[in-house]
Write a protein that binds this ligand. Structure first.
Ligand code: ATP
Ligand code: MG
Length: 579
């Protein structure tokens, strides 16, 4: 089925931050002009996100509204944030830490974690966020690879996951514990902050100085440590403004945890640089809580992920009916392919579609997006943001070949955008391999149509070749979730003597449906009708949940390894996994 285009009214187009005129006039100098910088040519993310707003008279504006798990609320102004991040930077320096040192963040979504991220950058140090739910082994590996000098965490995480091997990481000099008390070999943050000065001269880092280390989600294999520099803030500023409609004072909610690149780039830096009022929710996904936040906190711009959207869909439209979403003006999604059904569902429930956008840890910021002024083609990721040149290419013997409109190839970007990763930690050869023939190769397969919209096909690793057909899992999964019983689907290719590979699907069901042979036949029948016999899955199996990363990405490689009895590989980021 092809889905109807969701057209934007003239008023909607005119209200967008990225009008046709703005797009045409855009240069990287325009984006750079959104920032202040230092007179000596220095650039520091934390200064752009916090202190310059105080300097321009906005110290009293709300920066963060924090919602605690248990109903607590805490509001922080830009002035508060400036003072607390200065104290934090002073705490670090007073313990002998220097610019270029690395601090790892390992805590739930609490204000101290956000203060730590920005305070670290103020001190000219490098910040690396981790998921607090990681187990001891994944943590240890990341601290080792990242050569951590400092860590901020909670006493319970420290005792359960770190204490046993802390001494075996020689680089780790300082462990800060959130709260007023700490084990002997750590420092309690509360008293240290209270004793520190609110004055700190932000380090005038150079634009090319490293600022962040982000580990990739580990969906396709062992996570890579991508290094980003302070200049990335140019992209964060522009992408927030143009792809997410972040303007001063906007009430914004990014649901991502800072342990995932989205939760830092667009859950800390981009919103604050654009001087929004952002909501941080400490709790995990809960349908009524989320609808309640959207209504009560009058969220205007909301950035979330397909996995959460599919959970909302699973609960049905009725669950959303009691709530008033009239303040919402823009909704965006990232992280996984957004099924067309989810776009249309959003349009019915919230009165506007989810705007899919595409990027990676390596790109540091949104590259391809459905923006507010663009008609939405459900299932498409949109078009490159201004300043970004994207292409579809095929690797050939002597380099690359450009693909024609409609042809599937690898999604590539022209290097040079400000938030491009500058290295994979300790993996120079792997980093170099990403750049071929004047392009950065993303490892994702996509197609560009005649109108310039980009369509995600699948990760290069996940592509299925069956009887001469190239099959992208996304297409098959989207068809499967159109079945009323199917909530989520994952599709893999299995070796087959005659066809090369055959398609196998794993599905999780909506409430009210039970696995049965009849249902399996019915789902396969629907897929055959929509996709044709060559592409439809040969077999559909039922699962309570699908294996996912902590950032909510389905791990198809794990399903395949298990199916074939192969080693599971790196599962450090695996979250839920019941069969
Ligand atoms: P690893 O590189 O360790 O396997 P990962 O690629 O999942 O992990 P991230 O950088 O968090 O780690 O995710 C980026 C990837 O997520 C993209 O390369 C793409 O495959 C997928 N992705 C992100 N946004 C979209 C989108 N809008 N549509 C389809 N896929 C998306
Ligand atoms: Mg990746």
């Amino acid at each position: 089925m092809t889905w109807a285009i969701i057209q934007k009214s003239d008023a909607e187009r005119a209200a967008a931050t990225l009008t046709d005129e703005v797009r045409e006039a855009f240069t990287w100098d325009t984006a750079r002009a959104m920032l202040d910088g230092f007179p000596d040519g220095g650039l520091n993310i934390a200064y752009e996100a916090v202190d310059r707003h105080v300097a321009s008279g906005h110290g009293g504006d709300e920066a963060i509204l924090w919602l605690g798990k248990d109903g607590a609320r805490e509001s922080l102004s830009y002035g508060d944030l400036a003072a607390r991040t200065a104290r934090f930077a002073n705490v670090l320096t007073s313990h002998g830490l220097k610019p270029g040192d690395r601090l790892f963040g390992l805590a739930g979504r609490v204000p101290d974690l956000y203060v730590a991220a920005l305070g670290t950058l103020k001190a000219g140090m490098i910040f690396s966020p981790l998921f607090s739910a990681f187990g001891p082994e994944p943590l240890r590996t990341r601290l080792e690879i990242g050569e951590a000098n400092a860590l901020i965490t909670t006493v319970s995480i420290y005792r359960r996951k770190i204490a046993a091997w802390r001494d075996e990481i020689p680089s780790l000099k300082l462990v800060l514990i959130i709260g007023d008390e700490a084990p002997d070999d750590c420092v309690a943050l509360g008293p240290a902050m209270a004793a520190a000065s609110e004055e700190f001269e932000t380090v005038h880092t150079a634009p090319e100085d490293p600022a962040l280390i982000h580990f990739t989600s580990g969906t396709t294999g062992r996570p890579k440590g991508a290094v980003h520099v302070h200049n990335a803030v140019v992209m964060h500023a522009a992408a927030g403004r143009y792809a997410l409609e972040l303007t001063p004072g906007t009430r914004y909610w990014c649901t991502a945890d800072p342990g995932w690149v989205t939760g830092t780039s667009f859950g800390i830096i981009s919103p604050l640089v654009n001087r929004v009022r952002m909501v941080i929710d400490e709790a995990d996904f809960d349908l009524d809580r989320w609808y309640g936040i959207l209504e009560r906190e009058q969220i205007e711009v909301w950035y979330t992920a397909p996995t959460a959207i599919r959970m909302m869909m699973r609960a049905g439209k009725e669950a959303a009916e009691p709530y008033d979403f009239s303040k919402l003006r823009f909704m965006a999604s990232v992280g996984e392919p957004l099924n067309p059904e989810a776009v249309v569902w959003g349009n019915e429930v919230f009165g506007k579609p989810f705007h899919d956008n595409w990027w990676q840890t390596e790109t540091g910021g949104i590259m391809i997006a459905n923006t507010r002024a663009m008609d939405v083609h459900p299932g498409s990721m949109g078009k490159p943001l201004p300043g970004i040149e994207a292409g579809i290419v095929e690797r050939v013997d002597d380099g690359l070949r450009d693909c024609k409109p409609g042809e599937i190839g690898e999604l590539a970007l022209r290097p040079g955008w400000p938030s491009m990763m500058r290295a994979y930690l300790h993996e120079e050869a792997r980093y170099k391999k990403c750049f071929v023939g004047g392009w950065y190769l993303s490892g994702d397969l996509a197609m560009r149509d005649a109108e310039g919209y980009f369509w995600f096909v699948g990760r290069a690793d996940d592509l299925i070749k069956s009887s001469g057909h190239l099959i992208g899992p996304f297409e098959v999964e989207s068809a499967l979730i159109e079945h009323p019983a199917v909530a989520e689907a994952a599709v893999i290719g299995l070796p087959d003597e005659t066809a090369g590979e055959v398609v196998k699907a794993y599905v999780a069901l909506n409430p009210g449906f039970e696995p049965s042979e009849d249902l399996e036949r019915d789902i396969r029948g629907l897929a055959r009708k929509k996709l044709g016999a060559a592409v439809a899955p040969r077999e559909v199996v039922f699962r309570k949940t699908l294996p996912k990363t902590r950032s909510g990405k389905i791990m198809r490689r794990l399903l395949k390894a298990r199916e074939l009895g192969l080693p599971e590989g790196d599962i450090s980021t695996l979250e839920s996994d019941e069969t």
